[in-house]
Design a protein. Structure first.
Length: 266
């Protein structure tokens, strides 16, 4: 039927043949699109007032000397929360954009080891040695067929999480090891930390939107619970997979694969 979208569920019949059931999912698709557009619009509309709030609070905090201790404390709290809301609206916008395929991806053959170097270098510049130590492990010179910016975005996201959640003890820096190598099924990127790890019951759920193992801790470190959902979407729309291997008390390794350039370019 023109203009309608169907989902096909086929089941084999004993003695040969098959039954196919068509579900009309046009309405569901439309509702999801409306919901995505709504979230994108609201996030977009919130941006301007939030930028204004943050700007004024920062100006006031710049003149700390003229403030009473209580005013300073209240303004700092407003600033912290406005910053959090800013991050949330930005993440919601990115999420809506990637889910609606509005974020245009430009896949090409790119050197995987270069992507790792770019991401590690960018993130290293943002942390102090006592906060985290980033290292590149095995980095095979191979080509991946993917959108360069999108892969760096996913890598940066995973590295940021490894820094945030990868401290073996609160006073110790997070050690993060990033590597890449060519495998038969594609190019495999790994981001490993040696932190507290993730209990098995949470491992399959952390890629869901807004799912956080420890809400308070995530909130404190500026988390929104959207980072891994965005990463999964970006990887899967490019024909890849993402997963986590983790053990409590030992650390976590996030692994994602993307097609190799030779197979992707065919
Ligand atoms: P957030 O903004 O909360 O960091 P994410 O989607 O990036 O959201 O991650 C979801 C949750 O997964 C986090 O709140 C945290 O509980 C858990 N998590 C992610 N990365 C790690 C990691 N490297 N080690 C331990 N827990 C992690």
């Amino acid at each position: 039927l023109p203009g309608r979208i169907f989902e096909v569920a086929a089941s084999p019949m004993p003695g040969g043949g098959a039954v196919a059931v068509l579900h009309d999912i046009t309405r569901i698709e439309q509702m999801e699109r409306t919901q995505r557009e709504f979230v994108a619009n609201v996030s977009h509309e919130l941006r301007t007032p939030l930028t204004s709030i943050t700007g004024y609070v920062e100006t006031l905090l710049d003149h700390e000397d003229s403030l009473s201790p209580q005013a300073r404390e209240f303004l700092s709290t407003i600033h912290k929360n406005a910053t959090r809301m800013n991050r949330l609206t930005e993440d919601l916008l990115v999420m809506a954009r990637v889910e609606s395929s509005e974020q245009e991806l430009h896949p090409a053959a790119v050197r995987a080891d270069m992507l790792v170097r770019d991401a590690v270098q960018a993130m290293s510049g943002m942390v102090q040695d006592e906060e985290a130590v980033l290292r590149i492990g095995e980095a095979t010179d191979c080509e991946v067929y993917a959108d360069q910016d999108a892969v760096v975005q996913v890598l940066s996201n995973l590295i940021e999480n490894a820094i945030k959640y990868g401290k073996p003890r609160p006073e110790e820096p997070s050690r993060v090891l990033v590597s890449v190598k060519a495998e038969i099924e594609g190019v495999e990127f790994r981001v490993q930390d040696f932190g507290q790890g993730i209990a098995s019951e949470h491992q399959s759920r952390i890629f869901e939107r807004f799912y956080r193992v420890d809400k308070a801790r995530s909130r404190e470190s500026g988390g929104t619970g959207l980072g891994l959902a965005i990463a999964r979407h970006v990887v899967e729309t490019q024909g890849g997979t993402i997963r986590v291997e983790s053990e409590l008390g030992t650390g976590s390794t996030f692994i994602f694969t993307l097609p190799r350039a030779s197979s992707g370019a065919i």
